[in-house]
Design a protein around this ligand. Structure first.
Ligand code: NAP
Length: 223
């Protein structure tokens, strides 16, 4: 086992939970710290959870003394109830985490944003995702990996109409989306998570964007 440590934000989410499960079953990280706002049932003794208020992230500065930081935070406008509250979760927390990661000279910062992320987008969601990417890229992190999935599928308790439809039709629709359209195929949250884990195990300097079909291809090559 490598003597490496990781910090995960958003560990209770669809991608985050899959990521923690993958990291805990692989041998790359000896310790996996989770920043959560409610206690989780932990399957692995290698995971250490810290129940915190994300608004006070600065107080947990010391927890960023790790090799790699993974950010799987996110919400929806429906859940957040306002654009400001959405932006806090999808922009401010990831940027603050990025600043703390940069201060501690972590090896890598790995974040999930979304397909279509662009600070020039007229769509609020895509614009916030683009802005968080741009801000993180300006922080001079040693290594920044941005994962931009298309619609996610997986077992989510909460009802999200688009995801439920995608789950049902993706076995038929995905094979029809070929060539440049491949990027529009829905993707399993576990595939995104495995792509993040595999990428972190081969550290490279610089900023990289991983599109949905690239994550799917990487994971298919691996299995
Ligand atoms: N859903 C899709 O189809 C889709 C497609 C493309 C990209 N994405 C993006 O991919 C990322 C991961 O998505 P996901 O579906 O895995 O997310 P998710 O299941 O909704 O999980 C989001 C995570 O963020 C945490 N979180 C939300 N609000 C918070 C707050 N105010 N304070 C602290 N933590 C908070 C949640 O914690 P709690 O469990 O405590 O709420 C959870 O751990 C997100 O950035 C999302 O925008 C999603």
């Amino acid at each position: 086992m490598e003597n490496k440590t990781a910090l995960v934000l958003g560990a209770s989410g669809l991608v985050g939970a899959a990521l923690v499960e993958i990291l805990a079953t692989r041998d790359y990280y000896q310790q996996i710290h989770l920043l959560v706002r409610r206690p989780l049932q932990l399957a692995s003794g290698r995971c250490i959870q810290h129940v915190i208020d994300m608004d006070e992230l600065q107080r947990y500065n010391h927890l960023f003394e790790v090799n790699d930081v993974f950010c799987c935070l996110g919400t929806t406008i429906k859940k957040a109830k306002s654009r400001e509250a959405f932006r806090r979760v999808d922009y401010e927390y990831p940027v603050e985490a990025g600043q703390l990661a940069a201060q501690h000279h972590v090896d890598g910062y790995y974040i999930v944003t979304a397909m279509g992320a662009s600070s020039r987008s007229s769509i609020f969601y895509s614009r916030v995702k683009g802005e968080v990417e741009d801000k993180l890229a300006s922080l001079q992190l040693r290594s920044l990996h941005i994962f931009r999935p298309s619609l996610l599928t997986g077992n989510r308790e909460e009802y999200r109409f688009g995801e439920r439809v995608a789950e049902k039709i993706s076995p038929f629709l995905n094979p029809l989306l070929v060539g440049p359209l491949k990027n529009y195929r829905s993707i399993k949250a576990s595939t995104v998570a495995l792509s993040m884990a595999l990428t972190a195990e081969k550290p490279v300097k610089g900023t990289y964007v991983h599109l949905s079909h690239q994550m799917a291809d990487q994971v298919a090559r691996h299995s």
